[in-house]
Design a protein around this ligand. Sequence first.
Ligand SMILES: NC(=O)c1ccc[n+]([C@@H]2O[C@H](COP(=O)([O-])OP(=O)(O)OC[C@H]3O[C@@H](n4cnc5c(N)ncnc54)[C@H](OP(=O)(O)O)[C@@H]3O)[C@@H](O)[C@H]2O)c1
Length: 283
Amino acid sequence: MGKRKVLVTGSGGQLGGVICTEFEDEALVPLTHADLDLVDHDAVIEAVATHAPSIIINCAGYNRVDDAEGNAEAALAVNAFGVRSLACAANNVGAVFVQYSTDFVFDGTATAPYTEQDEASPRSVYGASKLIGEWFASDVSRAYILRVESLFGGVPARSSIDQIIDAVESGREAHVFTDRVVSPSYAHDVAHATRSLIDAKAPAGLYHCVNAGHATWLQLAEEIARQLRSTSSLKPISATSLSLPAVRPVFCALSNAKLGAAGVTMPAWQDAVARYLASRQRT
Ligand SMILES: NC(=O)c1ccc[n+]([C@@H]2O[C@H](COP(=O)([O-])OP(=O)(O)OC[C@H]3O[C@@H](n4cnc5c(N)ncnc54)[C@H](OP(=O)(O)O)[C@@H]3O)[C@@H](O)[C@H]2O)c1
């Protein structure tokens, strides 16, 4: 098989960098925000027509959840209409399209892990903008819409989990939520799953692309401290006690069973944390 042309938007972001590494043996076209602004519809159509990729992977997004509350137009421009432009461009050249979404499309009132069948009901501007992006992405005949959450291990490493690791390693006190339940996503595993779905020609559609299992942020931080053999002090706090501009869904465990049924098994989050900590020690 010859090399495939893979166009990656938002390549300067946390997931973008890891996706570029995953596909580095292909004919890669990494485009940062400075290279291509998704808000510029004509530029998106032109860039895709010029490069004529067979795969487009959109790692760009307006991800400042709290800022989005007062800037709905800016969040929608990237997360919804930017995706519409890319979807249109993908259809023009017949490319496979990958869009990443979020657990924030749910209201967080469930008591069991959400499946792809569960109704989305976002409580924040960010969540609503990402949900509209999902709908636009699904206009592409071969679109993979992958919901990730609490992403970690990206390049650059600036996630909440990286901040907890930094605090634990340096013996600083780390504030962690006791009342938010998440299924974390290791960027390396997300990138590998993305490639596996494309290579296997898995059925297009919506998939929850998270590591197996779920935990509160406190349990996650305790596991990090245990693996680092640290006695660092973790300071439990309640997310609901903070008055943040955007509402955070409380229970957001996602089931990745559909992904598993498509032949892509995501390792347990504890295993992902161990591999990530080992990779940090090597670098
Ligand atoms: N991080 C998480 O925990 C998380 C959770 C759920 C879902 N997701 C989703 O996963 C995907 C990847 O997230 P991430 O954490 O890798 O994001 P990230 O680190 O914030 O990177 C996003 C990238 O998008 C670029 N960007 C912003 N506006 C753009 C525009 N108008 N045109 C082109 N590029 C633009 C940013 O460039 P500048 O920085 O230069 O603006 C940045 O390089 C996103 O779809 C995100 O919504 C992430």
